[in-house]
Design a binder for this molecule. Structure first.
Ligand SMILES: *Cc1c(COP(=O)(O)O)cnc(C)c1O
Length: 345
């Protein structure tokens, strides 16, 4: 089976070996306050920061999901007002989750064929929330846009479907969140949140410790190389092993950008299909949406199924007229060649 589903997505094939290793090493049967666990947690975070070029003074914490991170941002980093800039379903959902927790939320939605605009940000917004890679419509926000937001506010960025695939400019954001089952190529069940010193300072000013997942409470435990609840030990083990295996994100970024460009060209030049995103400056490098008539799309899906290839369904309103392709690093070039052969037919 080959899968291009954008989440949960293909896991690195090496996961099979790592799973076996996790069992035989005994780590899965160890207490999460034991020395072997603490050592593994420390190594995992340091390898993760090293491979992704995360600045020394940024802190990494593990959670259960990206959705949980949205709530943590509302609970622990937002004073009164969070402002949401988005063009698709995940950005919208984030705004909805925040609205249930935060006193005031504002939203600024923009057309997914256009560049995001930064000129409507309320002055009193204390957190600005942006979905960097909108998995639902296959668009992305550029590093330049994030940079243009320089503000008093804390900038929170959802990179669930791009972290591990593209190079991010960490100084342009204060809180970065993701889960592991997309671009990181791991089994589902863990999220992560990366915080700048400015974000930590904000969390201290707010002082939220009301919830089991209040950031300060999580941090107190991580400082001791522990966690506030029994964590996903297997998930942390696998992340550590995968981080040891992958190339530095700068190199991965080059490969992912090149493969995205190649596939975009292929669709336009060698098939009758179209790209959902017409504006090439907002197209995602890690999730690609391809458009066709109802009958074209259903016949491609049928053919794919016969060939044991799983395509990502179109999202929401595009369910029947598009399909999505994950361009995540765990997917190999020979798999893209098979997909191309199928789409050429
Ligand atoms: C998948 C996804 C989420 C939700 O991730 P969970 O791990 O299911 O909580 C959030 N944001 C984006 C952009 C996503 O693609």
């Amino acid at each position: 089976m080959i899968t291009f589903y954008p989440g949960p997505s293909k896991v690195y094939p090496q996961i099979a070996t790592y799973l076996q290793e996790a069992v035989t090493s005994g780590i899965l049967s160890q207490n999460h306050r034991s020395a072997p666990f603490m050592e593994m947690l420390e190594k995992c975070i340091s390898e993760f920061k090293f491979k992704l070029n995360i600045p020394e003074d940024y802190e990494v914490f593990f959670t259960s999901s990206a959705t949980e991170c949205w709530e943590i941002i509302s609970q622990s980093f937002t004073i009164n007002h969070s402002h949401h800039i988005y063009n698709g379903a995940f950005g919208q959902k984030w705004h909805e989750y925040a609205s249930r927790i935060v006193k005031q939320t504002t939203k600024q939605s923009f057309d997914f064929q256009s560049l995001a605009a930064n000129n409507f940000i309320p002055r009193d917004a204390d957190v600005i929330c942006i979905t960097q890679n909108e998995t639902s419509n296959a668009t992305q926000i550029s590093n330049e846009f994030l940079k243009s937001l320089k503000a008093e506010a804390v900038i929170a960025v959802d990179v669930t479907s791009s972290l591990g695939g593209i190079e991010l400019e960490w100084q342009n954001g204060d809180i970065w969140l993701a889960s592991v089952q997309k671009c990181l190529g791991l089994p589902a069940g863990m999220g992560l949140i990366i915080c700048s010193p400015k974000a930590i300072k904000r969390a201290k000013e707010i002082g939220d410790k009301k919830y089991y997942n209040s950031l300060l409470f999580i941090r107190e435990n991580f400082k001791k190389l522990q966690t506030h609840y029994t964590p996903n030990i297997l998930g942390i083990f696998l992340l550590h092993r995968v981080m040891q295996q992958v190339n530095n994100t700068s190199l991965v970024n080059q490969q992912i950008q090149a493969r995205a460009q190649d596939f975009y060209n292929f669709i336009e030049e060698e098939t009758k299909l179209k790209l959902l995103v017409k504006n090439d400056s907002v197209r995602s490098s890690t999730v690609i949406a391809i458009e066709g008539s109802n009958s074209e799309i259903s016949s491609i899906k049928e053919k794919a199924k016969e060939n044991n290839i799983i395509l990502g369904n179109g999202y929401g309103q595009w369910k029947d007229t598009t399909f999505r392709i994950a361009n995540f690093p765990a997917i190999e070039n020979w798999e893209f060649d098979k997909l191309k052969a199928l789409l050429r037919q």
